[in-house]
Design a protein around this ligand. Structure first.
Ligand code: Z2T
Length: 843
C-alpha cells in the first residue's frame, strides 16, 4: 500500500542509476484508458480486472523500451552470455514486480489512485505464471531476477506450457486437480517473436553419406515440429538492465493437411497440429520424482534443441563458423538433468551439421556446459530406457553410445593401477549406459552421469547437499574429477520475497538502517542486529507482523469461514507434499497437542497453553497416492479440532488449498514459526526457509539442506533444531526393526487406526508406512525424530511466552539473512562457473 510507496521514494532517491521510466510525456492515466479502449474496446466503468489489463499493457511498453536498450547494448558489446536451461520457471505474478523493479510505482500508483483504484487490488487480478512445480522452478525465477539486477548478460530458456501447474481444490477434504488455464485473457508479459522459429525433429533414420566429398552422418527425422519463440522481459532492480526469458511454443510445420481436408477427413487434417501442440501443452506435475513418459523426453529435447540452435545462429551471425570460440561467448547451466540431452545435441549440431571433428566438438561441448544437481533421492535420478531414446532420438542415442565408449575407454586407462576385476567393476558402475537394476533386460541412459561427463562444473545447492553429492551419489566421479565439483548454496530474491511482499517491514528496515541499499546489498541487513533487543524497535517490528497476520487471518476466513485468534502463534508448513518433507510428522505433533489440551481444565489451558494457528499447504503430485492421503489426514484432523469448543481457542489446523507463489507472498510475511522438518540428508536445500528467515519468521527444522547454513548465520541458539543427523541415517535405517517407539507415538497410531479422524481404511496405509515392522518400514524415520520434535515444540511454546525474546530472535533472523539473497548465489556462479561479467547499458 501507501507505505510501500514511501520505501520506494527513499529507494528512488538513492538509486545508483536513474529510474528506467521512459519519461513519456503522456500521462499514465490516459495511457491506461487508451489501452483499455483500443486493445479491449472498453469505455469507462472498469472492474479491477480491467484496470489490471490496462495497467499491465501500459507497463509492458516501458518494459520493452528497457529490454530494447539492454539488448542493443549487449549486441554492441558482444559479452559472454549465460543461458539458464530449465524445464521450469515458476514466475508467479509480474505486475507489482515489474512496476517496482522499474521504479514506476510512483507514476502508476498515483495514476490508479486518481482513477479510483488501488494498485494492490488491481495486481490481485493477475494470474500466476505457474510454469514450475516448486523449489527448482522458483529458484530459476529468482536467478533471472538476480542476473538482471547484477547486469549479467544472460537469458533463461524453457517451455511455454499452455497449462502450468494444476490448480488444487479440495472436495470433502481430498485433493482435486484442475487445469491451469492461464493464457486465455492474453499475456501482457510476453512478446511473440514471429521471426524466431526453429525446426525440431524426432524419430526417423540415421545414414552415413558423402556430402561434398566428406563422410557425414545424416539424420532424417520422421516427425518435425516448429519451436516458436516468446520473449518474457526480466527487469532488474535499480539498474537499466532488462534481461530475457525465452520460452518455446510447439506449433505444426503445416497449418493442416489440405489434401486430407479436401478428402473430407477432418480429423486426419488436424493430426499434425495436435501432435505438435501436445509437446508444449502441459507441465508434468512431479516435484523431485521424474515421470518416465515419452512425452516428457520430447519436451526436454524440444526446448534444448531450439535453444541451442538459437544461440548458435546468433553466434554465427557475429563470429561465423569459428566454433572454437563458442565457449568464450556462451555457457549453459543445466537446471538438474532435465536439459541434459544438450550434451548430445550440441555434439550433433557441431559434428553432423557444422562438420567439426568429434574431438574438437567434445572440447567445445564440455567447456560450454555445467550441471546443477537438485536431489539425492535415488528414485529421482532420471534414467531413460535406451529403447525409448533410440526410437525418439536415434542419432542422439548413437552419440551417447560413442561418448560412453570414449568415456569407459578413458576410464580403463585412468584406472590402470586397479586390479582388473576391480577396474571392470568401477567402469561398469560409472558407465553412462547400464542395465536397469530391477530389470536386467532393459538398458538405461543415466542422465546424471551424462551430465557430469559432459560438463565443466557440477554443483549441489547447499553445503550439506554438495557434500552428499561428492561423498555418496556421484562419489566415483568426484574421486576422478575432484575439482569439477562445487557448492552453490541457493538464494532467493530479496525484492519479491521481502521488499515487495512485505513493504511494511521493508520500510521499517530502511528507517532503521537509514537507507534502502539492503534491497540489493542484503549483507547490510546485519545492521539490524543492533536493534534486536531495543524495546521501541521490537514494538514496531511486532506491529508489522501483527498487520501481516491480520491479512492471513482474513484469507483463512475467506477460505474456511473461521475467525482465528490473531494473537495466537502462527505456525506454517508450506511446500510440496512429500513423505520426505514429513508433513505427517507435523500432523502427529498437532494431534498430540490437541490431546494434551483436552486433558487440561479450562483454567489450566488459560494459564499455560500457548494458542496456535497451524497452517499446512502444498500440492501432491497427481499420481502420488501417499501424499494425497497425507492431505486428507490434515483436513480430517482440522475438521475435528477446529470445531472442538474446549480447544478451539487454543489450537487450529487449516489446510490452505492451491499453494502457489502468490499465496506464499501473503503467508510468509505473516508467519512466526515455519517448519522445515525433512529427514536429515533428503532436502537438497529448501528455499522457502530463506524467505521465512528474511521475513523474521523463526525456524523449526532438522539439520538438513540450507537449514544448517541459516542456523549458522542466525545463531544456532535462535533456531529450534531437532532430529537425527544425516550421518546416522543409513545405520538407523538398518536398525529400524529394533527401534523402540515412544509410547506417545504408539498412542497416536492407535488413534488414527481406530478412526479418531474418520476414514480409517483410507488412513491405514499411512499408519503402515511408518510402522517399523511393515513394508514402508518408516523409511523417513518419523518415529526416530518424534520425541525430539515434541521437545522442540515445547521449547517453542516457552520461547513464545517471552515475547521480548521471541521478537529479538525474529529480528536476528532478518539480520542474518544476508547470505541467502540469490544475488550472492548468482555472483558465485558468475565468478566460479560461468566466468561472465556485468555489462550495464547506460540509463
Ligand atoms: C525440485 O523442486 C527440487 C529438486 C528436484 O530434483 C526437482 C524439483 Cl521439481 C530433481 C527442489 C529440492 O527438492 C529443494 O530442496 C531445492 O531447494 C530446490 O529444488 C532448489 O534447488
Amino acid at each position: 500500500g501507501r507505505s510501500a510507496l514511501r520505501v520506494q521514494a527513499v529507494a528512488e532517491a538513492e538509486r545508483p542509476t536513474a529510474a528506467k521510466s521512459s519519461g513519456s510525456a503522456e500521462p499514465v492515466t490516459t495511457d491506461i484508458t487508451s489501452k483499455l479502449k483500443y486493445l479491449f474496446g472498453r469505455n469507462g466503468d472498469y472492474t479491477n480486472a480491467d484496470a489490471y489489463q490496462g495497467t499491465a499493457w501500459s507497463v509492458r511498453e516501458k518494459l520493452i523500451d528497457s529490454f530494447n536498450k539492454t539488448h542493443e547494448h549487449w549486441k554492441k558489446e558482444d559479452p559472454k552470455f549465460i543461458y539458464y536451461l530449465s524445464a521450469e520457471f515458476l514466475m508467479g505474478r509480474s505486475l507489482t514486480n515489474t512496476v517496482y523493479n522499474l521504479g514506476l510505482e510512483g507514476e502508476y500508483g498515483n495514476a490508479l489512485r486518481e482513477m479510483g483504484y488501488h494498485m494492490e487490488k488491481v495486481a490481485d487480478a493477475e494470474r500466476d505464471a505457474a510454469l514450475g512445480n516448486g523449489g527448482l522452478g522458483r529458484l530459476a525465477a529468482c536467478f533471472l531476477d538476480s542476473m538482471a539486477t547484477l547486469d549479467l548478460p544472460g537469458w533463461g530458456y524453457g517451455i511455454r506450457y499452455k497449462y502450468g501447474m494444476f490448480k488444487q481444490g479440495l472436495k470433502d477434504g481430498y485433493q482435486v486437480e484442475m487445469p491451469d488455464i492461464w493464457l486465455t485473457k492474453g499475456n501482457p508479459w510476453e512478446v511473440r517473436r514471429d521471426d524466431v522459429k526453429f525446426e525440431v525433429g524426432f524419430g526417423g533414420r540415421v545414414e552415413r553419406k558423402k556430402v561434398n566429398g566428406k563422410e557425414m552422418t545424416v539424420w532424417t527425422p520422421s516427425e518435425k515440429v516448429i519451436a516458436q519463440a516468446y520473449d518474457n522481459p526480466i527487469p532488474g532492480y535499480a539498474t537499466p538492465t532488462t534481461s530475457n526469458l525465452r520460452l518455446w511454443d510447439a506449433v505444426p510445420v503445416h497449418e493442416f493437411d489440405l489434401s486430407a481436408f479436401n478428402a473430407g477427413d477432418y480429423d486426419r487434417a488436424m493430426l499434425e497440429r495436435e501432435r505438435a501442440e501436445g509437446i508444449s501443452a502441459v507441465l508434468y506435475p512431479n516435484d523431485s520424482t521424474p515421470e518416465g513418459k515419452e512425452l516428457r523426453l520430447k519436451q526436454q529435447y524440444f526446448f534444448v534443441c531450439a535453444s541451442l540452435q538459437d544461440v548458435m545462429s546468433r553466434f554465427r551471425a557475429v563470429h561465423g563458423a569459428n566454433w572454437e570460440a563458442l565457449p568464450e561467448k556462451a555457457c549453459f547451466q543445466l537446471n538438474d538433468t532435465h536439459p541434459t540431452i544438450a550434451v548430445a545435441e550440441l555434439m550433433r549440431l557441431l559434428v553432423d551439421v557444422e562438420g567439426l571433428e568429434w574431438d574438437a566438438a567434445w572440447t567445445i561441448t564440455t567447456k560450454c556446459l555445467n550441471y546443477t544437481n537438485h536431489t539425492v533421492m535415488p528414485e529421482a535420478l532420471e534414467k531413460w530406457p535406451v529403447k525409448v531414446m533410440a526410437k525418439m532420438l536415434p542419432r542422439h542415442m548413437e552419440i551417447i553410445e560413442v561418448i560412453n565408449e570414449g568415456w569407459t575407454k578413458w576410464l580403463g586407462v585412468h584406472l590402470k593401477d586397479l586390479k582388473s576385476e576391480e577396474r571392470a567393476k568401477k567402469i561398469a558402475a560409472m558407465s553412462i549406459i547400464h542395465a536397469n537394476p530391477w530389470n536386467a533386460d532393459e538398458m538405461l541412459v543415466n542422465m546424471a552421469y551424462l551430465a557430469v561427463v559432459g560438463s565443466s562444473a557440477v554443483n549441489g545447492v547447499a553445503a550439506i547437499h554438495s557434500n552428499i553429492v561428492k561423498d555418496e551419489i556421484l562419489n566415483d566421479f568426484y574421486e576422478i574429477f575432484p575439482s569439477k565439483f562445487q557448492n552453490k548454496t541457493n538464494g532467493v530474491t530479496p525484492r519479491r520475497w521481502l521488499a515487495w511482499c512485505n513493504p511494511e517491514l521493508a520500510q521499517l528496515i530502511t528507517e532503521a538502517l537509514g537507507s534502502s541499499e539492503w534491497i540489493n546489498d542484503t549483507e547490510k541487513l546485519a545492521g539490524l542486529r543492533a536493534f534486536a533487543s531495543d524495546p521501541a524497535f521490537q514494538a514496531k517490528w511486532a506491529a508489522v507482523k501483527k498487520a501481516k497476520k491480520a491479512k492471513l487471518a482474513e484469507l483463512i476466513k475467506k477460505i474456511h469461514g473461521d475467525d482465528v485468534n490473531q494473537n495466537a502463534l502462527f505456525d506454517i508448513q508450506i511446500k510440496r507434499i512429500h513423505e520426505y518433507k514429513r508433513q505427517y510428522l507435523n500432523v502427529l505433533s498437532i494431534i498430540w497437542r490437541y490431546k494434551q489440551l483436552k486433558k487440561m481444565t479450562p483454567e489450566q489451558r488459560k494459564a499455560s497453553a500457548v494458542p496456535r494457528v497451524c497452517v499446512i499447504g502444498g500440492k501432491a503430485a497427481s499420481a502420488y497416492d501417499m501424499a494425497k492421503r497425507i492431505i486428507r489426514l490434515v483436513t480430517a484432523v482440522g475438521e475435528v479440532i477446529n470445531k472442538d469448543p474446549e480447544t478451539k481457542d487454543y489450537l487450529r489446523l487449516y489446510f490452505l488449498p492451491d499453494y502457489n507463489v502468490t499465496l506464499a507472498e501473503t503467508i510468509i510475511p505473516a508467519a512466526e514459526l515455519s517448519q522445515h522438518i525433512s529427514t536429515a540428508g533428503t532436502e537438497a536445500s529448501g528455499t522457502s526457509n530463506m524467505k521465512f528467515q528474511m521475513n523474521g519468521c523463526l525456524i523449526m527444522g532438522t539439520w538438513d539442506g540450507a537449514n544448517i547454513e541459516i542456523a549458522e548465520e542466525t545463531g544456532v541458539e535462535n533456531v529450534f533444531v531437532f532430529g537425527v543427523r544425516a550421518e546416522e541415517i543409513n545405520q538407523l535405517r538398518k536398525d529400524r526393526k529394533n527401534f523402540k517407539t515412544d509410547p506417545r507415538w504408539d498412542e497416536l497410531m492407535k488413534d488414527i487406526e481406530g478412526g479418531m479422524f474418520g476414514d480409517k481404511d483410507y488412513f491405514k496405509p499411512l499408519v503402515d508406512s511408518v510402522n517399523n515392522m511393515k513394508v514402508g518400514n518408516d523409511w523417513f524415520l518419523l518415529a526416530n525424530d518424534f520425541a525430539g520434535y515434541l521437545a522442540a515444540q515445547e521449547e517453542v511454546d516457552a520461547t513464545y511466552k517471552d515475547q521480548a525474546e521471541w521478537l529479538r530472535r525474529s529480528i536476528m533472523y532478518t539480520a542474518g539473512s544476508g547470505k541467502f539473497s540469490s544475488d550472492r548465489t548468482i555472483r558465485e556462479y558468475a565468478e566460479d562457473i560461468w566466468h561472465v561479467k556485468p555489462a550495464r547499458p547506460s540509463a
